[in-house]
Write a protein that binds this ligand. Sequence first.
Ligand SMILES: *Cc1c(COP(=O)(O)O)cnc(C)c1O
Length: 349
Amino acid sequence: MRVDLRSDTVTSPSADMREVMAQAPVGDDVYGEDATVNSLEERIAELFGKEAAVFTPSGSLANQLGIRSLVSPGQELITEENSHIVRAELGAAAVFSGITTRTWRAERGLLRAADAMEIARPNSGPYLVSTAAIAVENTHNFGGGTVQPIAEIAALSKLATESGLTMHLDGARIWNAHIASGVALHEYAKYFDTVSVCLSKGLGAPVGSLLLSTKERIIGARVWRKRYGAGMRQIGILAAAGHFALDTNLGLLADDHRRARFLAQECQRIDASIVNPNHVDTNIVCLDLSQTDLSATEFAEMVKTEGVLISALGPRMVRAVTHLDINDEQINYASEVIKLSLQRAFMSK
Ligand SMILES: *Cc1c(COP(=O)(O)O)cnc(C)c1O
């Protein structure tokens, strides 16, 4: 059996999704004439209570378009040190927008308003870099799928606004946060000036993210999207996958969360240091190998020989992510393989 838990990006579009994509009405989106893209942008803007949305080929681009609309060259964005924007977008904010970043550190990426405000330096004059925006990742990917507490988001928004700072939400997996917490999408979004969301993670679309904001900011983001080379033509076939994902797959995230929690509970039975299942909020399970003699890469290689694929994220940290293409049988098999390998690792110590 092959069980690919490296990421929730590895899903393949289902036959039903492909059928909807094949039938989608299309037009030239650079001319604003693709009816399926237009309806998806309107639908998702409305879900999040924002005025407008723009479709992008990747979540990184949606983040970058959002950030550059909030931060001028030479100003800074602050965020948590393991956030996607600083670790996984290859310096894009610096390269393309002249934006510097500074970070605070948070256990599991869990947001505390005070942590962000402690390093914020708005209006620093001609001597220090001025902070212009704060980015929050929800759920927090490298933190282990952590759902950010709405009370902390609200508190941060209040303090940020008082200081003249803007807020960006990296909501690649905001869908997972919504399903896990029951907090409405528009409730999460209302504290942010710009919001990015991904269709190609847990929702299972092959391509697609959106940036959401005011009409004015989205008009500007369309200009920059084209400038970056991401003005696309008959992409209704991609937007149709997004519609399908919202209709059919959003509710299924609860199953991903249940399977992730199960995997964590099973691993914890080998040793309590490996993972705390109560910290598995959504579909991401980070396993701590620091009490073994194995590196993350060695451990990932070990389970790979049994057909189970996981990611080595840190020197002693591996990540397993549940998704649409993983069923109960597969997670049972994967947890047996991972447990056996953990057992061996702890015995040989
Ligand atoms: C996946 C992801 C993105 C966007 O990634 P792309 O691969 O560019 O689509 C952004 N933020 C987070 C937290 C992610 O996990």
